[in-house]
Design a protein around this ligand. Structure first.
Ligand code: FAD
Length: 385
């Protein structure tokens, strides 16, 4: 087993972190405070090549492997990019562009992937509905074939990039009697007749990402915008889980690193009872816990990525452990980071406050912690039966 990263991976990670510290982090506080999407930062990320990193060069990407993509996500988090921007990055790159690349025919790939990889277009993915979240297979949005069009009716909820997306991958039921096998994926462009979005939802954290409802009222989707084959939609959503459990978690790893660095510095600078608070054992234990979290979550996430790089199918048990541990322990650690800063930790200007609010999404988005527990225990009992 070799835990060494290649010199190229280390150099790239450091380059991305520096780029974000200098070019992207300056937008973070304002974006979080106002809840506005930082388009300028997005453009810079596109120019740097971060919006299609893993996509092949012939479609405008950089051809990076999965682990390198994960390390870029980590470096962006460590470089101080705000959580909302990084959620937008994850949904755009992995839930939308990757699905279009993997399942699109040549015409669809050529039409959409280069524009997404450059950042000229913004992508989104719509699965969740007002009445269907954890039980994603129970979605109700219907797609009916009429002549050379699919007619979509229904609503999607909590869709990242929804109000600003140029193109969306949307899942709908094409055969209501076929269960999982009756769900199909469609490519929806923003100007589609009958398609609109709700107002951006105001959120606790990841505030600069734009989240909204999607409304399909007899929306007319050209027949050629069916993605992949009819009935394959649910399988496509499962394939995106590999990215969900690696690249989309990676910014949390980076945020944990910068959080730890911030806390160490604060603990050494801040004096109470005539001594740096770093001298008190209770504070030292918090720092040690943060470091343990960082090492562990990084290994779990890298392992999911490495597995995908080997061309192996997703190991659902390991992926669920990475998601659950990253989210639940991440929430605890980010709370400790606020605690270590005392009253200052409760104030907006201190990045640990933002980290605490952003961390909460980890326990909800892309499969809640309760659902990860359920997956892990189901697999354990299935193995033992
Ligand atoms: C900021 C944000 C961005 C998002 N972005 C997207 C996006 O881009 N695209 C998209 O499709 N979706 C997106 N989502 C939706 C997200 O994936 C769902 O919110 C999530 O899957 C949970 O679904 P739900 O909100 O309907 O909660 P529910 O499924 O209703 O869950 C409510 C509670 O019940 C618990 N629960 C449910 N079932 C069980 C069970 N069997 N056992 C134990 N407990 C259970 C849950 O864990 C939770 O605590 C986003 C959500 C947020 C908040």
């Amino acid at each position: 087993m070799n835990f060494d990263l290649t010199p190229e991976q280390i150099a790239f990670r450091d380059q991305v972190r520096r780029f974000c510290q200098e070019q992207i982090a300056p937008y973070a506080e304002h974006a979080d405070y106002t809840g506005e999407f930082p388009y300028e930062a997005w453009k810079k990320m596109g120019e740097f090549g971060l919006l299609g990193l893993h996509l092949p060069e012939e479609y405008g990407g950089q051809g990076a492997d999965v682990l390198t993509s994960v390390m870029a996500g980590e470096a962006m988090g460590a470089g101080g990019a705000d959580g909302g921007l990084l959620l937008a990055w994850g949904a755009h790159t992995y839930l939308c562009a990757d699905t279009l690349y993997v399942h699109g025919n040549e015409e669809q790939r050529k039409k959409y992937v280069p524009k997404l990889a450059s950042g000229e277009w913004i992508g989104a993915m719509g699965l969740t509905e007002p009445g269907a979240g954890s039980d994603a297979a129970s979605i109700k949005t219907r797609a009916e074939k009429k002549g050379d069009k699919w007619i979509l009716n229904g609503n999607k909820m909590f869709i990242t990039n929804g109000p600003i997306a140029d193109v969306l991958v949307v899942y709908a039921v094409t055969d209501k009697n076929a269960g999982h096998g009756g769900i199909s994926a469609f490519i929806v462009e923003k100007d589609t007749p009958g398609f609109s979005t709700g107002k951006p939802l105001r959120k606790m954290g990841v505030r600069s990402s734009q989240t909204s409802e999607l409304i399909f009222d007899n929306a007319e989707i050209p027949a050629e915008n069916l993605l992949g084959t009819e009935g394959m939609g649910f399988i496509m959503t499962l394939q995106t889980l590999e990215w969900d459990r690696s690249a989309l978690l990676a910014p949390f790893v980076g945020a944990a690193q910068v959080g730890l660095e911030t806390c160490v510095k604060y603990a050494l600078d801040r004096k109470q009872f005539g001594r740096p608070i770093a001298d008190f054992q209770a504070v030292q234990h918090k720092l040690a816990d943060m470091r343990i979290y960082l090492n562990t979550v990084r290994m779990l996430v890298y392992r999911v990525a490495w597995n995908k790089d080997q061309g192996r199918p997703l190991n659902h048990l390991e992926a669920a452990i990475a998601k659950l541990y990253g989210a639940d322990e991440g929430m605890r650690i980010s709370s400790e980071a606020v605690q270590l800063h005392g009253g200052y930790g409760y104030i907006h200007e201190y990045p640990v406050e933002r980290g605490f609010r952003d961390a909460k999404l980890g326990q909800i988005g892309g499969g809640t912690s309760e659902i990860q527990h359920m997956i892990i225990s189901r697999m354990l009992t299935a193995e033992a039966r």
